[in-house]
Write a protein that binds this ligand. Structure first.
Ligand SMILES: Cc1cc2nc3c(=O)[nH]c(=O)nc-3n(C[C@H](O)[C@H](O)[C@H](O)COP(=O)(O)OP(=O)(O)OC[C@H]3O[C@@H](n4cnc5c(N)ncnc54)[C@H](O)[C@@H]3O)c2cc1C
Length: 392
């Protein structure tokens, strides 16, 4: 919709084609219905891509956050409120449905035609009717902007068509992987920890490839979630797509070994009692059960047991077995490589009548409005680029 609005503003005759009865279904789901539409600040390093991070940064910088906000306020007509504590921006009233409706109204004002319940099945660059649809004749288009999303939440319309068509057009699509997704637990006993939330430092991988983040961790009935897990999951799932099982290690409370050594040294009773002063009871019981230190007292703790205990406190290896998959993943990583599009117009370097924008491109951000930001910024570039290119 952002691409369409910008193409229309640049003078193009625009038609939005969508397989769903109404486009923008994800806006209704986002931010628990409230629609976390933007972050309050941008850090390009928080995005994951297999393409050049420099290209990603340049694309992001093409539209300043303040100007994106101005577009939402002035063109779309949203009133936005800042949530300083979480660094997020929300609509002041109405939530996702209102955001979606205002986008649709802006399309109407810009005289953009909307063709819904129309599934695109192919793009045929050598035909005049380039956009082949499931039923009926193809659609005549000088330029086609592919804004079909990834594979997440297929019921909202994004079923991976964009990846398939990009591949058939000759692009070397980076294999997609679920992002912003919970991990499944491989130890039945951890199910009993469901509901426990604790701040942690999370490490994914080893050596130079290790990634670290701090945030809230949540045990669920099926595994591990919470903001820090969701935001780090793409490292795990990208590894999975390559056949790797990366270790995920947790430092409870984001404490270091020396923090815990100090806490244990200043205490005389049982290990359990001391740990329970800092950590949730059920978690402490579970850790000590796994370590076989159920009844241990601090004074009787052998050296090797103390080392194992510290390891479990600062580098506990999560027994994860899988991730929640695309049905649960709020975004999809991988996609059309940024090097295969012109970063200024997002025009395909392989098929000049095609542009790409949004999640179909090889970039995915953390939660917090980063993925809508990417959709808006790339939508504007692709829309303006397509309008510019329509002459030839
Ligand atoms: C549950 C959930 C919560 C989220 N919360 C947030 C959040 O709070 N903040 C944030 O920034 N991001 C959030 N996201 C991510 C964000 O919604 C997406 O990154 C963003 O919507 C991607 O925009 P897009 O236009 O590229 O693709 P999409 O929004 O997926 O739109 C793709 C459109 O293409 C249409 N389409 C696909 N294939 C075809 C076809 N063959 N023919 C015709 N039409 C087709 C679909 O019907 C759909 O309308 C959330 C996602 C989910 C699933």
């Amino acid at each position: 919709m952002t691409a369409a609005l910008h193409a229309a503003k640049a003078g193009a005759d625009v038609c939005v084609v969508d397989s769903r009865p109404v486009p923008g279904a994800k806006m209704l789901l986002s931010g628990g219905g409230r629609c976390n539409i933007l972050p309050l600040s941008v850090d390009a390093q928080l995005y994951a891509t297999s393409s050049s991070p420099n290209t990603l940064r340049k694309i992001l910088q093409s539209w300043r956050l303040d100007d994106v906000r101005g577009f939402l306020e002035n063109t779309i007509g949203l009133r936005l409120v800042e949530q300083k504590r979480t660094g997020k921006l929300f609509p002041a009233t109405g939530g996702g449905e209102d955001v979606r409706d205002r986008f649709l109204a802006a399309l109407r004002r810009s005289k953009v035609r909307l063709l819904t319940n129309t599934k695109v099945i192919d793009i045929l660059p050598n035909e005049r009717r380039r956009v082949a649809v499931e039923s009926g004749p193809g659609i005549v288009a000088a330029q086609v902007v592919v804004a079909t999303g990834g594979l997440s939440y297929a019921r909202t319309g994004s079923d991976g068509f964009g990846f398939r068509v990009a591949t058939s057009l000759g692009h070397h699509v980076v294999p997609p992987y679920p992002a912003l997704v919970a991990l499944r637990n491989g130890r039945f006993e951890h199910t009993a920890l469901a509901g426990i939330a604790v701040p942690v430092r999370l490490e994914v991988g080893d050596g130079r490839a290790k990634r670290v983040a701090v945030g809230d961790f949540l045990f669920t009935h099926r595994g591990y979630s919470g903001p820090v897990v969701l935001n780090m999951a793409h490292h795990v799932t990208r590894g999975l797509a390559l056949g790797e099982h990366l270790p995920v290690r947790v430092a409870w409370l984001d404490r270091s070994e020396s923090d815990w050594t100090e806490a244990l040294a200043g205490s005389r009773g049982t290990v359990r009692g001391t740990l329970k002063e800092a950590l949730p009871d059920r978690l402490v019981d579970r850790l000590l059960e796994e370590l076989g230190l159920w009844d241990a007292t601090l004074s009787s703790l052998r050296r090797e047991d103390r080392a194992r205990l510290l390891q479990a406190l600062v580098a506990y290896e999560l027994p994860w077995v899988d991730c929640g998959g695309y049905r649960e993943a709020e975004a999809t990583g991988g996609g059309v490589p940024l090097g295969e599009v012109d970063p200024k117009t997002l025009r395909s370097r392989i098929v000049p009548c095609v542009h790409f924008c949004g999640e179909v491109l090889d970039a995915v951000g953390p939660s917090g409005g980063y993925n809508f930001l990417w959709a808006f910024v790339t939508g504007r570039l692709a829309g303006e680029g397509a309008a510019l290119a329509r002459g030839g």
